[in-house]
Design a protein around this ligand. Structure first.
Ligand SMILES: [Zn+2]
Length: 181
């Protein structure tokens, strides 16, 4: 590391600490020639994660898009932004372990569903309905029945969903998930 004052390349590290919430290491260095001090930062090389969409095209992983998708499913549900961000963090973390730097969009959808299933059943079913593009209301109801069979599920929430579905058979939506906003 070349000294910015005299150009000498030898220096010693006098202080080293993490910064930027652990994403960087800041080092104070002292030039062995002129004794001036300067700072260097070491950061992890960010590898952009590529998401392979259902049509075979790729786009860069977009955390804010993921959060928006979860937020829509959680509209008027007792789910805090902090919880949603926590889901996004957990998903991002597991995606970053992808050796190839590539993930398929369905993998992200599955991960969101896993998290929502444990957090809020209504949000889960809403997300699942968009994500899996239910072709008919029966399929939708089947998912709800499966949920009801899981131990510990809130029957009142599921009844609510069934009644909403009975009133609004238009819960199926066009294939819009992969469209750019
Ligand atoms: Zn120097």
């Amino acid at each position: 590391m070349r000294c910015p004052y005299c150009g000498h390349t030898k220096n010693r590290v006098v202080d080293s600490r993490t910064s930027r919430e652990g994403r960087a290491v800041r080092r104070r260095r002292e030039c062995e020639s002129c004794d001036e001090r300067f700072t260097t930062y070491e950061v992890v090389e960010e590898r952009p994660l590529a998401v392979k969409k259902r049509d075979g095209s790729f786009e860069a992983f977009d955390r804010s898009k993921l959060i928006r998708g979860i937020q829509v499913a959680c509209t008027k549900r007792p789910v805090t932004l902090r919880q949603i961000e926590g889901i996004a963090d957990a998903i991002e973390e597991s995606l970053e372990r992808s050796e190839s730097g590539e993930v398929e969009s369905w993998q992200i959808g599955e991960l969101v569903m896993q998290h929502l299933r444990d957090l809020d059943q209504v949000a889960y079913v809403r997300f699942a309905s968009v994500y899996t593009n239910f072709q008919d209301p029966e399929e939708y109801l089947e998912t709800i029945r499966e949920l009801a069979e899981r131990e510990g599920y809130d029957a009142a929430q599921l009844d609510f969903l069934e009644s909403v579905l009975a009133e609004e058979p238009s819960t199926k939506r066009p294939k819009s998930k992969d469209k750019k906003e």
